[in-house]
Design a protein around this ligand. Structure first.
Ligand code: SAM
Length: 311
């Protein structure tokens, strides 16, 4: 289905919890915020099925940290049973991935994106508040072992914090079939609101000019791929190169509310429609038609942290 700006909406991100086992500096985790309810797996299934009837063919499970919920495999299994959904992906910090990778694959998960902003133990601890880099690395291995591929690593760089980590993160793509994507810092926390910390994709490219010699593949991310590299290096530049004109996403929050745009505060509740499929589909169509033209990050922060939206 197309929204009122002619964009084909085909991608649903489902945040299944606001809870997280890490406390990343840029995320905007608000300990005082009232915790939103988490719905049972069947409710996400009902909503995703209705979205599929409106043209959604790709779903991503996110959070908070989705793997703090023990029923993630069950959620994947239910989503997999919806024929129109071709791709099911998961975004995770990978701390618990080793224990879930096989069950997720078996349930029908296609692939994972893993958030990793540093390969240095003490910088990782500073960024996330936890000394668990070794678990993330084990999680990456486990995902590779069961072929949750292609694995994409998402990294957010901040000036003077981890901006010197780009080289080590790029090196991960050399030998392994892993894509590393640099995502520009967005205004979701005190750090995120500090524009001086933003490292743009262009700045990283200037620092590593050899990337220009690699083949450029365009998409939401701009990828650089080299013949001698097993993986690719990508850039997602929401701040310096706004791509709202081609946004195909809707976001379902863990409590059944829909947020049509990451950078806009409008929310629509689907819970009153769960018992009536036709009414649910109609409400989803109405919400899609209200998706705004684009984010307003340039005007400052949105009122929720990323953990409460599902990044
Ligand atoms: N817990 C999971 C994880 O860590 O991947 C999923 C949720 S997390 C909110 C999803 C993504 O949002 C992470 O890749 C994180 O880097 C990104 N993110 C959070 N705050 C951000 C910010 N201020 N700017 C850019 N990306 C951000």
């Amino acid at each position: 289905m197309k929204d009122s700006f002619g964009r084909e909406i085909s991608y649903l991100r489902i945040s299944i919890t606001q809870r997280c086992n890490l406390n990343c500096v840029y995320c905007g985790k608000d300990a005082c915020a009232k915790k939103a309810a988490e719905l049972p797996p069947e409710a996400y299934y009902t909503i995703a099925k209705a979205f599929a009837a409106c043209g959604i063919n790709k779903v991503r499970i996110t959070g908070g940290e989705p793997l703090v919920r023990a029923d993630v495999p069950e959620i994947v299994r239910l989503l997999r049973s919806i024929p129109a959904i071709e791709t099911i992906a998961l975004t995770t910090n990978a701390v618990y991935l080793k224990q879930y990778a096989a069950a997720l694959k078996e349930a029908g998960l296609d692939r994972v994106n893993i958030s990793l902003d540093s390969t240095d133990g003490s910088t990782y601890r500073h960024l996330t508040g936890a000394d668990v880099l070794h678990k993330v690395m084990e999680g990456i291995e486990a995902a590779q072992a069961v072929n949750l591929a292609p694995i994409k690593i998402n990294a957010v760089l901040m000036k003077g914090v981890n901006s010197d980590e780009a080289g080590d993160l790029i090196a991960l793509t050399e030998k392994r079939n892993i894509d590393v994507r640099f995502i520009e810092l967005m205004p979701f926390s005190e750090e995120g609101k500090n524009a001086c910390l933003v490292v743009t994709g262009e700045e990283i490219l200037q620092q590593y000019p050899f990337l220009h010699s690699l083949e450029l593949v365009e998409g939401t991310a701009k990828y650089y791929a080299g013949q001698n590299y097993a993986g690719r290096v990508g850039f997602i530049n929401p701040m310096s190169r706004k791509f709202c004109g081609s946004c195909n996403r809707m976001r379902l929050l863990c409590d059944g509310k829909v947020k049509p745009c990451l950078g806009d505060d409008a929310l629509y509740d689907l819970l009153p429609f769960l018992e009536d499929e036709a009414a649910l589909i109609q409400q989803i169509k109405t919400i899609i038609s209200k998706k705004p033209a684009g984010h307003h990050f340039e005007q400052g922060a949105t009122e929720r942290g990323m953990n409460r939206i599902g990044g």
